[in-house]
Design a protein. Structure first.
Length: 179
């Protein structure tokens, strides 16, 4: 069963002399249970592709069908809810809210969707990712690795079907069990 299909996905930024074709006719599919990695040199369109798959940006042309839904055929509010309820992100810059501590950053997407965080699951994430003792620290009080693990925990906290990351996270979690 195909859970992700991209069809002739294109993204162009700018026009004239500043025109950049960041993505040209990307077509592929992903089956249920399949794990994929998108690799390539800097500037090859990897982040653009992930932003389009995650509905953070709109394509110039083409389609993204996620779990049977043409996401760019949705109205903006419907797309926003779909994204919030179905896709977890680990951004290259982590995007932790500086005024919120680790635990608050992790549960923020749940609270924005009026969901009650599962305390036991949040505690488990904090323990597995080695952040239990840092749960009340602000992002600037964390190492880069701890910030990345907090962003990973945020993406996992809502138990969403999709998780997209623009950075390789394997080296940071190889010594962690049950991840």
């Amino acid at each position: 069963m195909k859970v992700l299909i991209t069809e002739n996905l294109c993204k162009t930024y700018g026009a004239g002399e500043t025109k950049v074709e960041a993505l040209k006719n990307a077509s592929f599919s992903v089956s249920k249970g399949e794990f994929i990695a998108i690799v390539g040199p800097s500037g090859s369109g990897k982040s653009t592709l992930l932003n389009l798959i995650g509905a953070l940006d709109t394509p110039t042309s083409g389609k993204v069908i996620l779990d049977g839904k043409d996401i760019f055929a949705m109205k903006e509010e419907e797309l926003s809810v779909f994204r919030r309820r179905n896709i977890g992100f680990v951004f290259q810059a982590y995007n932790l809210v500086p005024e919120l501590n680790v635990e608050e950053n992790i549960v923020l997407p749940l609270l924005l969707d009026y969901q009650k965080p599962e305390k036991n699951y949040i505690d488990e994430l904090l323990n597995v990712l080695g952040l239990a003792e840092r749960r009340h620290h602000l992002p600037h009080q964390l190492s880069g690795g701890q910030q990345q693990r907090a962003a990973i925990a945020r993406a996992l906290a809502a138990r969403l079907g999709w998780r997209l990351t623009t950075r390789l996270i394997y080296p940071l979690v190889t010594d962690r069990k049950n991840l």
